[in-house]
Design a protein around this ligand. Structure first.
Ligand code: HGY
Ligand code: MN
Ligand code: MN
Length: 406
């Protein structure tokens, strides 16, 4: 079985940390200068490994081994959440590159190869898995036209143009082009660490349903407007958050989670009653029927808010990714490789985070491998994984790639 180069894996990961460094993490939003630079640097590393590289019209970065008849696709993403961690994404692309390095040039794997993809915007700065969806099922141009940066409102088309990608064709998967897709990722939770485990074989990936609820009230003076006649959009928003906190636990399943990640009050001044409020709510579960049930409950709570008044709430569905089950053969290969790399300290587990693997699983067998997150922290600049665990994961990943290509 192939042996990875631990120092090279750690060096690539730490080099990627330089692109948008923020405290001990990174701030590398999609199509930022730092993200573009990281993608170009990584394309150079793929070229050094003998892969033919290309950045396509949606910003996916591909490394393709020339001449192989039997291919395994690997990958993840290089943009980060705002002011977040250094490993969420980069771990998977570096593992894929390392597997390509130790397998593609091995005469024992003649005619077989590992390709690597860096998927654009997994973190959803502009939309819903735009990069991997573009590769898998084409992604309508209208979705790109509609994309705006959720932080600064930049149109996606403008950002693509500034990155030199305007008008470039977008690569689309062809049937049977790959035997499947394998992605490594940090767990982003504390299950592995809490149970003294080193590797997680992912069984399923949650669906993420994202909603915006907007409250229309009446902006007015905070001092002279009598309490009895106020239409305070901020208060109505807070009351819905409390109603959700009371009702959702009664209808949720065991692993259902929900988060109000952003509340915006307009105009957001202490002496002005907010005339408008907006909340972004996200619900996640691995069961489609549960997601549908939670959406129904949300609609009921919004309707109840409107019956009670005094503000009017509008519910919008912003994005829906669907749950995915990982391929059984790929899970078995990952489990065998995990047993070889870390005997007895691995487990099968669901993913509470969304990943591009759930998009790729629509058109090919897909599997995922997790490594521990220290303290279960992620989407925060303190996100980290011990070097030894990074190296163990890289070895298990390459071993699984080789087994699947054998
Ligand atoms: O939010 C997620 O599940 C992923 O980390 N973007
Ligand atoms: Mn990620
Ligand atoms: Mn993430």
């Amino acid at each position: 079985m192939p042996s990875i180069n631990p120092a090279r894996v750690l060096a690539d990961l730490n080099r990627l940390r330089d692109f948008g460094r923020f405290k001990t993490g990174v701030h590398r939003p999609s199509l930022s200068a730092e993200h573009n630079a990281a993608c170009h640097w990584f394309a150079g590393r793929m070229a050094e490994a003998g892969l033919e590289t290309n950045i396509d019209g949606i910003g996916n970065v591909y490394g393709v081994a020339p001449g192989a008849a039997r291919r395994l696709l690997t990958g993840s993403h290089l943009e980060s959440q705002n002011q977040a961690g250094w490993l969420d994404g980069p771990l998977g692309v570096v593992y894929g590159l390392e597997a390509a390095r130790v397998i593609n040039r091995d005469p024992a794997f003649a005619g077989r190869a590992v390709d690597v993809a860096v998927w654009f915007d997994e973190e959803g700065h502009f939309g819903n898995f735009l990069g991997s969806r573009s590769f898998v099922d084409g992604l309508a141009d209208a979705d790109i036209d509609a994309g705006v940066d959720r932080t600064d409102g930049r149109p996606l088309r403008d950002a693509l143009g500034r990155a030199g990608l305007a008008g470039k064709p977008r690569r689309r998967v062809t049937p049977a082009e790959y035997i499947g897709y394998l992605e490594a990722h940090i767990e982003q939770g504390d299950w592995l660490e809490a149970h003294g485990l080193k590797l997680g074989i992912v069984t399923s990936i949650v669906g993420i349903w994202q909603f915006r609820i907007t409250f229309a009230g009446t902006q007015n003076h905070a001092g002279t407007t009598r309490m009895a006649i106020r239409r305070d959009a901020g208060l109505s928003c807070a009351e819905l958050c409390c109603a959700i906190a009371r009702r959702f636990p009664q209808v949720a399943a065991e692993r259902t989670v929900w988060t109000t990640g952003r509340i915006t009050l307009d105009p957001g001044a202490p002496s002005i009653i907010p005339g408008r409020a907006e909340m972004l709510l996200q619900v996640r579960d691995a069961d489609l029927a549960v997601l549908q049930r939670m959406e129904g409950e949300l609609a009921s709570l919004v309707a109840a808010s409107n019956r009670a008044g005094p503000c009017h709430a509008t519910l919008e569905s912003l994005r829906k990714s669907y749950p995915a089950v990982m391929d059984a053969t790929f899970q078995a290969a990952l489990e065998a490789a995990s047993e070889a790399a870390a005997p007895g300290v691995h487990t099968r587990m669901p993913s509470g985070a969304g990943h591009d693997a759930q998009i790729l699983s629509k058109v090919m067998p897909a599997g995922m491998l997790f490594v521990p997150s220290i303290g279960g922290i992620s989407h925060h600049w303190t996100e980290n994984t011990a070097d030894d665990d990074i190296v163990t994961g890289a070895q298990a990943f390459a071993t699984a790639c080789a087994a699947l290509l054998s």
